[in-house]
Design a protein around this ligand. Structure first.
Ligand code: HEM
Length: 495
């Protein structure tokens, strides 16, 4: 997906892209006049360009790029491109975007085949802008061997037992912030609020940063890096890429300074960074060097923030539209609160009692599809769902299609947390992916959402002030354009 999206981040990138694409297309067209077959959709099987997969490849290089760009630039969101083709061709279809053939894989069986064979038969496409922005040593970019080592060394703080301190801190901060917002009667964007909460919580957990002015700078710079991840990789002042790379340099300076202070004994903390530095004397297979640490600090902040904040925003909307679910959730949360002392923070044990809460989290993730599909490149020829896939083709695990499949989920467009009373078929619920690249932060995302749902429903009712369903343009994470503006009203019986 990155290759598709890095070109649609802003207008100047689009103009540049279109010029490049049109120019290359013209050259290719002239050079390949002999083929004389501009629309090679179904007929491309013989040329190895689409096999028996339904769909339309269009003219060389350009293919359906403009339709994709147009969907990405619309308030229906970029998944509209996929939805329409599913209607026209069926769930598994092929297309060509920016010169690459893409196949959308819509089944749990296909998802299993791709995700369990990650790094062996499939890999993530390498994207220059992404590696430049988050760093070559980021978990998102490193090759197989380093991935295994870095992932193992990063994992421990994200395991459920290690998250108890995080839960306490997050809960305290959230409780204070919500109370303040309710008392002020202020209208606020659920999305922006969640983005700020997650960034602050991640910086505190990873590096014990709590100073407001520094958090603001980090937030601004992380947003610039995040925007640059999928931008056109040319260092031209004013572009997203340029701003992102400059922001990255500033962030690396900050992280380097912190590492230096800790090594020099000026500061010690009980946090993620300290736990990494304590491994300094370990053999190289058991520790991360400074570049590994710095690139992955940045990766973790960015990977956590946009995804989890979007999911929190969607939970506010879904619960507002489904009052029965909201009431039932509130009932469960009030009964958990009843057994706690006034002012006591939530613990992992409390979260483990949120049976209905967890179903609300799952249903929110199923319906919101924060990551719409998971992009891979086939490393060998193979057959998926009975279709021939050629080496080098992009295969996208269409998580959204799986999550909306009426064969797997009855009334899939209905928000119904109780559907998770039943066990799911393998690979039919994959909001966090699966296999060696399963989301590293999935436990953290779950606890963040549970704490948020607890504090929101046990303490407040809320009113949404803009019901426009339009989505933000030019983003690959579906988010409401309005950000879901709300005001809070304290519950009389909230503790
Ligand atoms: C609701 C919130 C979240 C969702 C829906 C989500 C979803 C995902 C998915 C689907 C993947 C795999 C993508 C693929 O296979 O191509 C992934 C990877 C990843 N996520 Fe999350 N994520 C969330 C929150 C977080 C949080 C809180 C963190 C950080 C602590 C995080 C860190 C990561 C990292 C580092 C990876 C890359 C893992 C690897 O390549 O080994 N995510 N996430």
């Amino acid at each position: 997906m990155e290759e598709l999206l890095f070109l649609v981040q802003n207008n100047d990138d689009i103009v540049l892209l279109i010029t490049v694409v049109v120019f290359s297309a013209a050259i290719t067209y002239v050079a390949s006049k002999a083929r004389r077959r501009l629309d090679i959709g179904e007929g491309e099987a013989a040329a190895g360009g689409g096999g028996n997969i339904p769909g339309r490849l269009g003219i060389p290089i350009i293919g359906e790029t403009f339709s994709f760009l147009s969907a990405t630039n619309s308030t229906n969101g970029c998944y509209d491109f996929v939805r329409l083709r599913r209607l026209w061709y069926g769930s598994c279809f092929k297309t060509r975007i920016f010169g690459k053939i893409h196949v959308f894989v819509p089944s749990p069986e296909g998802a299993k085949q791709i995700l369990t064979n990650d790094f062996v038969d499939f890999n993530k496409g390498y994207v220059k802008s992404m590696a430049d922005a988050v760093g070559e040593k980021s978990l998102l970019c490193v090759p197989h061997d380093s991935h295994k080592r870095i992932r193992r060394l990063l994992s421990d703080p994200f395991s459920m037992p290690s998250l108890s301190k995080f839960v306490q801190n997050f809960d305290q901060k959230l409780t204070q912030k919500l109370k303040k917002l309710e008392e002020s009667g202020e209208r606020f964007s659920a999305l922006q609020f969640s983005m700020k909460m997650i960034l602050d919580a991640m910086c505190n957990m990873l590096m014990s940063i709590t100073e407001d002015s520094l958090l603001q700078v980090i937030e601004r710079d992380c947003t610039a890096v995040s925007d640059a991840m999928l931008s056109f990789p040319l260092m031209i002042p004013g572009t997203r890429y340029y701003k992102g790379i400059k922001a990255r340099q500033r962030l690396m300076e900050t992280f380097r300074g912190m590492i230096g202070d800790r090594r020099g004994g000026k500061e010690t903390h009980n946090d993620f960074l300290q736990s990494m530095l304590q491994r300094d004397s370990y053999p190289s297979s058991e520790k991360l060097d400074d570049t590994d640490i710095m690139d992955n600090l940045l990766t973790l902040i960015i990977a956590a923030q946009t995804t989890t904040a979007a999911a929190m925003m969607w939970s506010v909307k879904f619960l507002d539209e489904n009052r029965d679910a909201q009431d039932r959730l509130r009932e469960e949360q009030l009964s958990i609160a009843k057994n706690k002392l006034d002012g006591a923070s939530l613990t992992i044990e409390d979260l483990n009692k949120m049976f209905y809460g967890l179903k609300v989290v799952k249903e929110t993730l199923r319906m919101s599809n924060v990551l719409l599909w998971f992009p891979r490149v086939a490393l060998n020829d193979c057959i998926i769902d009975g279709f021939e896939i050629k080496k080098g083709w992009h295969v996208n695990v269409d998580a959204t299609c799986i999550h909306y499949d009426p064969e797997l989920y009855k009334d899939p467009m209905q928000f119904n947390p109780s559907r998770f009373d039943e066990m799911q078929k393998p690979y039919s619920f994959i909001p966090f992916g699966s296999g060696p690249r399963t989301c590293l932060g999935m436990n953290m995302a779950r606890v963040i959402m549970l704490v948020f749902l607890h504090r929101l429903t046990r303490g407040y009712k809320w009113t949404i002030h803009d019901h426009d369903p339009s989505l933000e343009k030019k983003t690959h994470v579906p988010r409401l354009r309005s950000g879901c503006p709300i005001t809070l009203k304290a519950l009389d019986d909230g503790k």
